[in-house]
Write a protein that binds this ligand. Structure first.
Ligand code: GLP
Length: 229
C-alpha cells in the first residue's frame, strides 16, 4: 500500500481527483464509488471538471435497506446529487435498498469488473458497510449496522431512530476484486483506523486490514488521520 499524506481534506481531494483522472486517461471504464463525507470533495472536483463519463460505468458499494432511491437519505440520492446529475455515466448501479435480498448485485459486479474503487473508512475500520467480524471471503450481503456506525451516521438524519439498522453492502472479497483501490481518510476520528490499516496484521476484526493483501492500493490521508502511522 502506498501512503500519500496531505495537509488537509482539500488537498487530499485534489490528489484523489488527479489519481481518478489519471486512471480514466489510462483506460479505466468501471469506477467503484463510495458515499459518506470523505469523497464529497472528489465529487465536487469531478463535477466542476470537463470530464465525460458517458462511456463509463459506476458501481456503488452499498445502500441502506428500506430506503427508496428518491429518499434524500439514500445513497442513490447522495450519488445523484453529488455526481450523477452533473456527470451522468452510461450506467450507474447501486444495491437496491428495496430488494428482498441483495444477491443480484454480484452478477452486476461480475459483468463490470471494477478498474478503480474509491473507498472511505469508518472509525472502527469498516469499509463499505463491512463491519468488524465480516469474513474476508464475503460477497454482497445484508449487514446489521453496529452501534458505532449508527452513531457516526446519525448526523445525516433528523432523528437517531431514522437511521436504518440494516444495509446491503459489497463484501470484502467483492472490494478486493477491484484492479486498483484509492482510499481516502480525513480527520482525527480516523486516526486509529488508519494506524491499524498499516500496522495491524490482517484481521476481520478490522475489515480495512484486508487491503494489505491487495497489490494496488493508494491511501490518501490528511495529517490528522495519518498522525499515528
Ligand atoms: C459509511 C459508508 C462508508 C464510509 C463510512 C465513513 O459507513 N458506508 O462507505 O466510508 O461511512 O463515512 P465518512 O466518509 O462520512 O466519514
Amino acid at each position: 500500500m502506498k501512503l500519500v499524506i496531505v495537509p488537509n481534506k482539500e488537498e487530499g481531494s485534489q490528489k484523489a481527483f488527479e489519481q481518478f483522472i489519471a486512471a480514466k486517461n489510462a483506460g479505466a471504464k468501471v469506477f467503484g464509488l463510495a458515499t459518506g463525507s470523505t469523497p464529497e470533495g472528489l465529487y465536487r472536483l469531478l463535477r466542476e471538471s470537463d470530464v465525460d463519463f458517458s462511456d463509463c460505468i459506476s458501481v456503488n458499494l452499498d445502500e441502506y435497506v428500506g430506503l427508496a432511491p428518491d429518499n434524500p437519505q439514500s445513497y442513490h440520492y447522495f450519488m445523484q446529487k453529488h455526481l450523477f446529475d452533473a456527470k451522468p455515466f452510461k450506467a450507474s448501479y447501486l444495491p437496491d435498498g428495496l430488494a428482498a435480498d441483495p444477491s443480484g448485485y454480484e452478477a452486476i459486479l461480475a459483468a463490470h469488473p471494477i478498474d478503480l474503487q474509491i473507498l472511505g473508512i469508518g472509525n472502527n475500520g469498516h469499509i463499505a458497510f463491512n463491519e468488524p467480524g465480516t469474513p474476508f471471503d464475503s460477497r454482497t450481503h445484508k449487514v446489521s449496522l453496529t452501534e458505532s456506525t449508527i452513531q457516526a451516521n446519525k448526523r445525516f438524519f433528523e432523528k437517531e431512530e431514522d437511521v436504518p439498522r440494516y444495509a446491503y453492502s459489497m463484501g470484502l472479497a467483492s472490494i478486493m476484486s477491484a484492479k486498483a483501490i484509492l482510499l481516502m481518510a480525513f480527520g482525527e476520528a480516523k486516526q486509529d483506523a488508519v494506524h491499524a490499516l498499516f500496522h495491524h496484521e490482517p484481521t476481520p476484526d478490522i475489515p480495512a486490514t484486508i487491503l494489505q493483501q491487495h497489490p494496488n492500493v493508494i491511501v490518501i490521508a490528511d495529517e490528522a488521520a495519518a498522525k499515528r502511522v
